[in-house]
Design a protein around this ligand. Structure first.
Ligand SMILES: [Ca+2]
Length: 511
């Protein structure tokens, strides 16, 4: 009896190791031993590992689970979709991100659903780590302890599936990283601090000295601690790659840059690459946004970084610093990709690059992310890996949090019921050409809504009962508002009706 119990314990241990090939063979042998114990007259002790392997194949157990791919998730902060050089929207140097775009598949229309308060980062990151849509993520935000206890967080799902999980960088989620990752390096806050310097706001004014310096370490921020925070992310990633190269477990690395979130501080050599005459002002630049008062964002921290009314000069200076910080981050991503090559694991690794949402930096009279325009909702998204076509572009609208569901599929994890986002693999493999019926966006419970159906996008400001309507296909810069044109009366009625129905599906608190 004791021996039978021991065998059962061995069985459980073996199962708990997630059927890696070697364990599978052991598992088969243990199974055979159990059979022979139950039927001593028909001993199968002669069974070789090779025969066990064949038996397991016959039983249909996952023999090749040991081939589980590594997942490298690189997450930027406040990066607009337009800032990848290879995609041709703007003149910016991103050779390493270009490599991901050229050697992988690009999702050109990737959305974030917005946020429930000014820190859109919190909403976006809570969604990707819990798998819930916006308002259900908000329900969890105040207390994620039950999620953690029930091991429902993204990294916990990966850990349970046999992954060695690693975190470094910006977190900004209401859960302890130490409780849900196997390895943690630096955990950074929502923005590089510790102090908000007044010199960084309401600047620059043309013809006057600029009080702020993006390279002066006295302003701390990315310079706090003596080494630029983006470089620290790459250092940590290199160290973990080295450790994981000696492990036979697959890894899940969650590398989260604070870049290019403000304060937009980069080394001088990166600023030097962007003289002001290299910077173009966005085509939809506006000195003032006509409905700013109704957005709920007029006095938000991001918007007061530049003076009102906006000037082309101020927008160019902010873009210069934004691009410099992105190019500097791109160099650190190059170091991470080199370390992956060196680890010997590159061939079996999927790389995801995205950001938590976009950023305006001068589009439409906005500087920040608390609005429903494409520049502020949409980050870049590139996927590269063994089964990913090279140089493919997919313009089907998706959510950036679909990365979480995709990683679960790649790791052979059955998608839990509570995960509302969808894997990108059916789109990548051409098995599906639509991901969602509608794309939804919101800012605060009652400030702004976006609703995209086909080519049309409706924006709604409930506080001032104002709508805007754009055709994203013919007017991707959202410059021609169709909401009050008589020709679009029917379209507006159709969208409003569908939106009201969809609010119920989204548990939208706006009545
Ligand atoms: Ca952010």
């Amino acid at each position: 009896m004791f021996r039978v119990s021991l065998i059962l314990v061995e069985l459980v241990v073996s199962i708990d190791r997630h059927f890696r090939i070697f364990d599978t063979i052991i598992f088969a042998e243990i199974l055979m031993k159990s059979i022979s114990l139950c039927n001593p007259s028909r001993s199968l002790g002669f069974l070789t590992p090779a025969m066990s392997f064949l038996l397991m194949a016959f039983l249909g157990l996952p023999l090749f689970a040991a081939e589980k791919p590594n997942i490298l998730f690189i997450f930027a902060d406040d990066q607009c979709y337009e800032t990848i050089g290879a995609l041709g929207h703007t003149d910016i140097d991103t050779p390493n991100l270009d490599k991901l775009a050229n050697q992988g598949t690009v999702f050109t229309h990737t959305y974030n659903m917005g946020g429930w308060h000014g820190a859109i980062c919190v909403a976006s990151r809570t969604m990707i780590n819990t798998g819930r849509f916006l308002w259900r993520a908000r329900e969890l935000d105040s207390d994620l302890s039950q999620e953690v206890k029930e091991e429902r967080m993204w990294s916990q799902l990966m850990h349970t599936a046999g992954y060695e999980t690693f975190f470094t960088g910006k977190w900004h989620v209401n859960a302890d990283t130490g409780a849900i990752f196997d390895h943690v390096s630096n955990v950074r806050p929502g923005m590089p601090g510790p102090i908000f310097y007044p010199e960084a706001y309401g600047r620059p004014i043309e013809g006057q000295p600029d009080p702020w310096s993006p390279t002066d370490p006295k302003y701390e921020g990315f310079w706090a601690g003596g080494e630029h925070w983006s470089e620290v992310v790459a250092n940590n990633a290199e160290n973990f790659m080295e450790v994981s190269s000696r492990s036979d477990k697959p890894f899940f690395m969650y590398l989260a840059f604070n870049a290019p979130h403000d304060p937009r501080q980069a080394p001088q050599e990166y600023l030097d690459r962007y003289p002001l005459d290299r910077i173009e002002v966005p085509e939809n630049f506006a000195a003032e946004y006509p409905y700013m008062a109704g957005t709920g964002a007029a006095e938000i921290r991001d918007e007061v970084l530049a003076p009102f009314p906006r000037t082309e000069y101020a927008v160019k200076v902010h873009r210069r610093e934004y691009y410099a910080l992105i190019t500097h981050m791109d160099d650190q991503i190059g170091r991470i990709l080199d370390a992956l090559e060196k680890s010997g694991k590159a061939d079996n690794t999927y790389i995801f690059f995205t950001a938590d949402h976009g950023l305006a930096v001068g589009h439409h009279g906005f500087i920040g992310k608390q609005n429903m325009y494409e520049h502020s909702l949409r980050p870049p998204l590139m996927v590269m890996g063994p089964k990913i076509p090279k140089g493919k572009k997919i313009d089907t609208p998706v959510y950036l949090q679909d990365v979480m569901a995709t990683s679960l599929e790649l790791a052979s994890i059955a998608q839990p019921d509570y995960v509302e986002f969808k894997s990108l693999m059916p789109l990548i493999e051409g098995k599906r050409d639509k991901q969602y019926d509608y794309i939804y966006g919101a800012y605060e419970p009652d400030s702004q809504r976006a609703f995209i159906s086909g080519d049309y996008k409706m924006i709604f400001y409930p506080r001032i009962d104002t709508y805007r309507l754009y055709n994203l296909d013919t007017d991707p810069m959202e410059m021609d508002d169709l909401a009050n044109k008589s020709k679009y009366k029917g379209k507006m009625a159709e969208l409003k009706s569908a939106f009201v129905w969809f609010q119920g599906r989204m548990a939208d608190p706006l009545k």
